[in-house]
Design a protein around this ligand. Structure first.
Ligand code: MN
Length: 272
């Protein structure tokens, strides 16, 4: 397919099944295309049992689903979806992006739901860039954007089922910050681009996932070059994970039910 975006799958990988409650992280792009090309183009497909989230860094996406939601994302916007008991959705390049062409880049993240919330009512949070608290540190060399959870006295706008934090951090070369993380949280970061130094000694590069141990109260992050980082941390869900394609449940039986319910139309009807 022409102009299809390269997808880097940082999670899961051969050595790492999940970093509970985080199940999957895909980095798509940056892909530059001429007008008329859709480098994303994901047609209608179902989900159940978790929350699929899109952080769009550059480009334009149009979301549509079987629960009557339609959303348009541009650079900096976040779409936080609760699949819950079932949703069918599509993600295509927006009309504006198709007309003008440009660069598409984003992150898709799957956050698991605890068994008590797997069959929650589906929901769609369309979080525009302006709603995300943003502040700078270290003389403007560090910019944080808090999408979910708490950082000092700030609160991210995304509603979540379990305690977690999603923080977008942009560093200039030399810019340094301390990111507080509750010791009960699992934590990792994904580097979209650039080189960073963590806790004063270790260096990591673009398109790498760095997982932290559950000790201490946070970590220091310094830009060796200009760098873009997504920090994710959350209270782990200590339950079995049964996954088949787009469904994430606790047991095989529940997966079979999900397939059956989808075929019976219980996840709603997607109408283009
Ligand atoms: Mn999806």
């Amino acid at each position: 397919m022409m102009g299809k975006t390269a997808i880097k799958q940082a999670l899961p990988d051969a050595k790492l099944e999940q970093i509970s409650p985080f199940l999957l992280l895909h980095h798509f792009g940056p892909t530059k295309v001429a007008p008329g090309n859709d480098p994303l183009g994901v047609g209608p497909h179902p989900h159940r049992g978790f929350e699929p989230i899109t952080f769009l860094y550059q480009g334009g996406i149009r979301h549509k689903d079987s629960r009557g939601n339609e959303g348009f994302l541009s650079g900096g916007d976040v779409q936080w979806m609760t699949a819950g008991l079932g949703i069918i959705h599509s993600e295509y390049a927006s009309k504006e992006f198709l007309q003008e062409g440009g660069t598409m880049e984003g992150i898709q993240l799957w956050v698991n739901l605890p068994s008590t919330d797997k069959m929650a009512q589906p929901a769609y949070q369309d979080i525009k860039r302006e709603r995300i608290p943003s502040w700078t540190e270290d003389q403007g060399r560090v910019t944080h954007r808090l999408v979910a959870g708490q950082f000092a006295d700030k609160q991210g706008p995304a509603r979540t089922f379990t305690p977690l934090m999603a923080l977008q951090t942009e560093l200039e070369a030399g810019g340094e910050t301390f990111v507080p993380i509750p010791s009960t949280f699992n934590a990792f970061l994904y580097i979209l681009g650039g080189e960073v130094e963590i806790n004063g000694d270790q260096h990591f590069f673009g398109e790498m996932l760095v997982q932290f141990g559950n000790s201490g109260d946070g970590f220091t992050l310094k830009g060796v070059s200009a760098a873009q980082v997504l920090v994710l941390a959350g209270e782990p869900i200590h339950e079995p994970v049964a996954q088949w394609g787009p469904y994430v449940m606790n047991t095989q039986t529940e997966l079979l039910e999900a397939m059956r319910d989808y075929q019976m139309g219980k996840m709603g009807v997607y109408i283009e």
